[in-house]
Ligand binder design. Sequence first.
Ligand SMILES: COc1ccc(NC(=O)[C@H](C)Nc2nc3c(cnn3-c3ccccc3C)c(=O)[nH]2)cc1
Length: 295
Amino acid sequence: MVLLQVMYTDLDFIAAFNIEPAVLHHFLFEVYRRYNNIPFHNFKHCFCVTQMMYGLIWLTDLKSKMDSEDLLIMLTSAVCHDLDHAGYNNAYQINARTELALRYNDISPLENHHCAIAFEILEKTESNIFRNLSMNQYKRIREGIIKCILATDMTRHNDILNKFKSILTAFDFTNKEHREVLMMILIKVSDISNEARPMEVAEPWLDCLLQEFYNQSDVEKLEGLPVTPFMDRDKVNKPSSQTGFIRFVLLPLFIELANLFPCLEQHIIHPVRKALDYYTEMEKALEREKVIRAQ
Ligand SMILES: COc1ccc(NC(=O)[C@H](C)Nc2nc3c(cnn3-c3ccccc3C)c(=O)[nH]2)cc1
């Protein structure tokens, strides 16, 4: 948590929002406690997403383009975005008619839950880092965090990306709606950006993700529920699922963001293109092996 604390300090949130260090520590400890020990959606994932968000804020010089409230919304949303994730995605929640699906009427049940847990923590005085804010500031920050966390539901991926594309040509930092879409894009980029990291860091994350996905599809098979193909251990081909993800999801998203911040080309697009080459090579090696074994 100390590293997360440094990020709040470095971005001058302590001074700007009169956040007491003890309260920040309490908040981050509660967040740490409310993430679960599952292969992928654990506290380490929360840290990676927050660290990526922090890096993007500095790389794009957002401090000079957006006010502190928006930056506080982005960092806090990253910290809280997967709180109490149990390793079963929205499709499972809805198909299995879980308590979450029932409570949130099948509308982004997980993301609604992550956000509700975040504000449960923030309701407690000892961990409410917003307790010295005015009512208006609190309302604005709460609205922003809800929008950002709910935007991490991948079923909304294309809608959010298309909205961003439509405003890109005339992006206006003084336009509230433009800023909101950009904040959603930035938390989405941070959330799925493992492949922008060195391969020795990125590949283990994919193995952890597949572990979580395989665990879910095993349960779905046991419970006679529909199984998502890219989660089925009998169907998933790791390199080809990842080349598909990088080509059709990751690169298009990162390229759009780089249209607004060209410096990101070298920092996140270049490494992802190298990751695509790596998994494409792995795919070919697997194919060759299959041919040899088939003979
Ligand atoms: C449009 O909705 C989608 C699109 C793609 C996927 N996931 C995939 O294609 C596969 C499993 N690969 C993948 N999925 C990833 C990564 C990072 N986050 N992430 C992920 C994790 C949980 C839920 C959704 C996603 C994209 C990654 O590096 N690879 C999941 C949902």
